[in-house]
Design a protein around this ligand. Sequence first.
Ligand code: PLP
Length: 466
Amino acid sequence: MKYLSTRGGMPPKTFTEILLGGLATDGGLTIPEVYPTLSTDELAAMRSMNYRELAFEVLRRFADDIPAADLKTIIDKTYTAEVFGSDDITPVKTLEPGVHLLGLSYGPTLAFKDVAMQLLGNLFEYVLAKENAELNILGATSGDTGSAAEYAMRGKKGVRVFMLSPKGKMSPFQTAQMFSLQDPNIFNIAAEGVFDDCQDIVKAVSNDLDFKAKHKIGAVNSINWARVTAQVVYYFKAYFALTENNDEKVSFSVPSGNFGNVCAGHIARQMGLPIHKLIVATNENDVLDEFFRTGVYRPRPQTEHTSSPSMDISKASNFERFVYDLVGRDPKILKDLWQQVETGGSFDLSKTPYFAKVKDFGFESGSSSHQNRLETIRKVYQQYQTMIDTHTADGVKVGLEHREAGIPMVCLETALPAKFDETIFEALGRHAERPAGLENLEKLPQRFEVMPVDAAVVKQFIVAHS
Ligand SMILES: *Cc1c(COP(=O)(O)O)cnc(C)c1O
């Protein structure tokens, strides 16, 4: 399997070659030259597989430059009941016949990003050891991504994590989750600013190409291709859990921000998994919903702060991968479209043949508001005695609107309610239960450095600690 750039300017690379990188060398996103497809027999054989076996079947097609035995070891070490709470890894819960939750948040940080990030941690360690190399991961977080990255990379040889977060702006739970890590390879930096300041520092450091090369600066953001492929696996898992044979179809509703999760669903469908619809659910930041309804992609200058904060995104970084497929995988067309977006503009595909492909790819969409979220949390709690978090509520709200008779609707549960307890309390007048072992999280000793919003200070810190 070779990987190309959506913008056509990168020589073909292997999985291992793109694993540690971020953007492609020409500023585009990395994408396989062709999606692997599964024959009817191969798909039939996968039906009886457990999560680890499924993961191997999916990933070996994308990571074919890693020896099969090594890949298997990495997968078996990653997807364990010990880390994910059960051998199902991503259990399916039925709310009522035809409506289901796919539980993706049973990893260490209680959000779906663990599913991919835990694999990434082990892949990084493996590749770095082979190349006798080291990596300093620099990131900015407002919550979920940073903690998932830290819990995936803690204690890993050859990897250090420098994670910037806005001082005092994360929830006490999120703060404690990150800052209580005592591993010597994890560095929490509380910047005296807002999230955008943190992101600007990361950009400034990454744009210093000499510094970046000399100090082996890397990233683990949501455009990382390995993260997307790891997420393909649970679409297979859910499909087989809910069907009896491969003639049946299933739809998925996906709470979306950076479009990584639903992009994985698109890839599963392209590989031949019988997915009926992929429903993109957004919150008030509804750039993606607008596109799927109208064909107009119009990133907003401002991002609204909502009660499903991990979806507060106005420029979905993985969307470029999907549009590349929409425009017939033509890098020239793609490049033109993104030129318009990157100069602050928008594009309109509504009058092009490409927009019709949205339907062929099974995509539909909807959005949700704070009020919708509260109502959905209440409704699911009252009707099904199940507490769902605010992001999952966005997915359930939009998923129910797109239900079709005879086709199971699977709503992806992207976080546990304990992570967003404030809104749970607002909706239900009671608190979300904490998973065992996390009751006293906020009381644990915390380890972090406070720094001004100054890239030079952050650089100095990285040099001193690597
Ligand atoms: C990251 C995140 C999302 C959005 O996923 P994307 O892959 O960015 O679309 C949704 N819900 C939760 C809880 C998240 O952490």
